[in-house]
Structures are given as structure tokens and as C-alpha cells.
Design a protein around this ligand. Structure first.
Ligand SMILES: [Zn+2]
Length: 398
């Protein structure tokens, strides 16, 4: 049967294959290098229009031509190449994949669930990527504004942001103030809170004012930015913070894998919400797709974020449930991988999404339970495997 499926895939793929330069990590390192690759499954000889992905510019619905500006072509090719890798990865895991997805490059509009895009002038967005759910404009929207769209992935343009400006905007360094009032065990929580406040004010201020504010966390998905800020805040003195932040999300392979993972997982973990659990799952699959433990590491010239590393010693605290800490979820999932072995763990974690509720799934009460229950069902020696998992979770403080 599998043979038949691969035959069909080969048969249905197109004859066009074009060579482009893309960026990738080296085999055993997080360092990046440029390489020439052939883009597969293109249905066009002139445009980024393929069987699985169509790359468009901003709000356009036409595929980007190969003759576009050099930087646009490079980023479109990079997205196309890494999305193809992601698609193949999920196909190998027997997951169902999508027909042609629209991928938007350099779009600065906010997503609007009723109109696809918010007004052009409303708080343009940079340095990020997000996946958006399908939708259609409601009946009350005038006919000339009618729009219907499928699941999409959006890549924001890169913009250098002065960290000093961000910090100044906040007034007295809130982390210093907060730390004075709090005990040591709460530091992680404080850092996260600081981080969220900072992001709120500086990057996504409009989100806190409108109805999307509740889903604000979703935009933290590409958490490289978060990590940058966490690392910066550790030093607590603005003088030691890196001067600029920038992230060209289209050129960081794991960001592309992360967003595609959201689409795959969205049959159970909807894209309308973001929680530490949902983001942690997407991070986990981004890490294994990249074959690297660390994700979102610096890409010279395109991003100066610090990597997210699941090898941390953090223990669970109930504060993790209250504030975004997908990095903790990633660490726990990575523990599961080392306990069960890569193949079984990937399957258990993937299947466990079916036992999680998009809006309410917590780390402690739901994720751990979902993993244990899924393991009972599909682990080769479930009793032994579960005992090992209990021990793993215990060490993390559960
Ligand atoms: Zn995300």
C-alpha cells in the first residue's frame, strides 16, 4: 500500500524542477550554510506555484515569479524548500498532508478572523511568522470585500528593532522591580511575565486592545523572539542587552517547520489558540524535523535570536500553567523522546494530540495524562514504558 502511495505521489508530481540557493543548518551543528537545491513538485516553469505550496507576496493571490527581486526570490525559495522537507517528514509519519497551501511572504497585516486581513495601516507586524485557520467573510460584509481563504502560513518582513527603545518604553526595568519583591523559585515566572509585558508593549500593542488579545500567545509561536528577550532579561541591565533584535522568519528553517507542524496538528490543536502545550508540540516537531536538539538558533544576517534548548534543568511549577512556557513543554517532550526512543516517542507525542483540548489543555493535568494514555495504547511494552515515563516525569517535578 505504501508503495502504491509513493507511486501516486511521484506520478502526480510535476515535471518542473528549478535550482535555487537556500540556507540550511550543517549536519552536526547549528551553523548555517548556503546550498543549491532543486525545488520539487513545481507546477510552473516561471513561478513559485507547486502541488503543495504556492508562495505569494503580501496580500496577492498570484504566485511570486522567479524574476522577482533577488531577496524575495531567495526567501520564497527557502520557504518552499523547507516546507517541502516538512511535508515529506509528515508523509513519512503517515500523516495526511494538505493540497496546495498559500504561503504569504512579507505580509505585515494582522490576521482578522472575519476579514482575513486587518486594515493595512493598523500596526504593521514584523519579525515573526504565524499559521492562520481557514475562513470566509460573514454575510454582512459588502460583496466587494468578500474573501474566502484556506489554511495559510504568513511570514513577516524582518525589521531591526532597537532593544533600548523597547526597554525605555517600559520605564523602570520591570524585572528588577519584580525580582526585589519575589522569592527565588518564582524567577522563571517573573522572567516570562517580563517577557510577555515587553512583547505586549513593544511588538503587539494592538493585539492587547482588540478581541485577538486573548489569543495573543499564538503570536509568540515563533518563539525565537521570546527567547531573545528571556536571555536578555537574565542580565537585567539594559546596558548588556544586545543592541538590536531582528528575525527574518523566512530564513530560519525551524520557524518554517514549526508553522507547518501547527497545520498538521491543527486537526486537534486548532490554530485559533496558542498555549504552552500547543507551542511546545510545534517546537518539538520543529526540533526533530531539523534533526537538532536546539531550535531557532542565529542565522547570520537574518536572525540574532538565541536558540531554544530542551536540555534545561527546570522543574515543573504551577506557574508554568499560567504564563507561556512552551520551552518547558519542549524539554518535557524531549525527555519523553530519550525515555521511549525516537520512533516510539514521536508516534506517542503525535497521537497524544487527540486527547488534548485546544483551549484548555494544561501541562500537568492533560499533557502528561495524554502521553501516558497514548503510550498504554501504542507503546511496544506499555507497562515497562509507562513506568519509565513516570520516573521521567517525576524527575521534572510532576
Ligand atoms: Zn507556534
Amino acid at each position: 500500500m505504501k508503495f502504491l502511495i509513493s507511486l501516486l505521489v511521484i506520478y502526480s508530481s510535476s515535471v518542473f524542477a528549478h535550482e535555487f540557493t537556500v540556507i540550511d543548518r550543517q549536519d552536526n551543528s547549528i551553523k548555517t550554510h548556503y546550498k543549491k537545491v532543486k525545488l520539487e513538485d513545481l507546477n510552473s516553469d516561471t513561478h513559485f506555484d507547486g502541488t503543495y505550496f504556492k508562495i505569494v507576496y503580501k496580500k496577492s493571490n498570484e504566485a511570486i515569479p522567479f524574476t522577482a527581486d533577488k531577496s524575495i526570490v531567495q526567501r520564497a525559495a527557502n520557504i518552499y524548500y523547507h516546507l517541502t522537507k516538512a511535508k515529506d517528514f509528515w508523509l513519512n509519519k503517515n500523516s495526511s498532508i494538505f493540497p496546495q497551501l498559500t504561503i504569504r511572504l512579507d505580509i505585515t497585516n494582522e490576521f482578522n478572523e472575519f476579514g482575513h486581513y486587518s486594515n493595512d495601516n493598523l500596526d504593521p507586524q514584523y519579525n515573526n511568522a504565524l499559521s492562520v485557520p481557514e475562513g470566509v467573510t460573514p454575510e454582512w460584509v459588502p460583496a466587494d470585500k468578500y474573501d474566502k481563504w484556506g489554511k495559510e502560513i504568513w511570514f513577516r518582513p524582518m525589521k531591526k528593532v532597537s532593544t533600548q527603545d523597547v526597554i525605555n518604553e517600559l520605564g523602570p526595568n520591570p524585572i528588577t522591580v519584580a525580582l526585589k519583591q519575589m522569592q527565588a523559585p518564582f524567577i522563571n515566572y517573573t522572567v516570562n511575565q517580563f517577557n510577555q509585558t515587553l512583547m505586549n508593549h513593544a511588538f503587539y500593542s494592538s493585539l492587547t486592545k482588540n478581541s485577538l488579545g486573548k489569543d495573543f500567545g499564538r503570536f509568540l509561536g515563533t518563539i525565537a523572539l521570546t527567547y531573545f528577550v528571556i536571555e536578555a532579561s537574565k542580565k537585567m541591565d539594559p546596558l548588556f542587552v544586545e543592541k538590536w533584535f531582528y528575525l527574518d522568519s523566512s530564513m530560519v528553517p525551524e520557524v518554517i517547520y514549526h508553522e507547518y507542524a501547527h497545520l498538521i496538528l491543527s486537526d486537534h490543536l486548532e490554530m485559533s489558540h496558542s498555549t504552552p502545550v500547543i507551542e511546545g508540540y510545534a517546537d518539538y516537531f520543529a526540533a526533530i524535523m531539523s534533526n537538532k536538539r536546539k531550535v531557532y538558533a542565529k542565522v547570520p544576517g537574518h536572525s540574532n535570536s538565541n536558540p531554544k534548548d530542551p536540555y534545561n534543568e527546570r522543574h515543573y511549577s504551577h506557574m508554568d500553567e499560567l504564563k507561556a512556557s512552551s520551552d518547558f513543554v519542549l524539554a518535557v517532550l524531549w525527555d519523553v523522546r530519550e525515555t521511549l526512543g525516537a520512533e516510539v516517542a514521536d508516534q506517542v507525542i503525535y497521537e497524544s494530540r487527540k486527547r488534548l483540548e485546544t483551549k484548555t489543555a494544561t501541562i500537568h493535568h492533560h499533557m502528561i495524562r495524554a502521553i501516558l494514555d497514548t503510550c498504554s495504547e501504542i507503546c511496544p511494552s506499555p507497562q515497562v514504558a509507562r513506568l519509565k515515563l513516570y520516573e521521567t516525569f517525576r524527575k521534572r517535578g510532576f
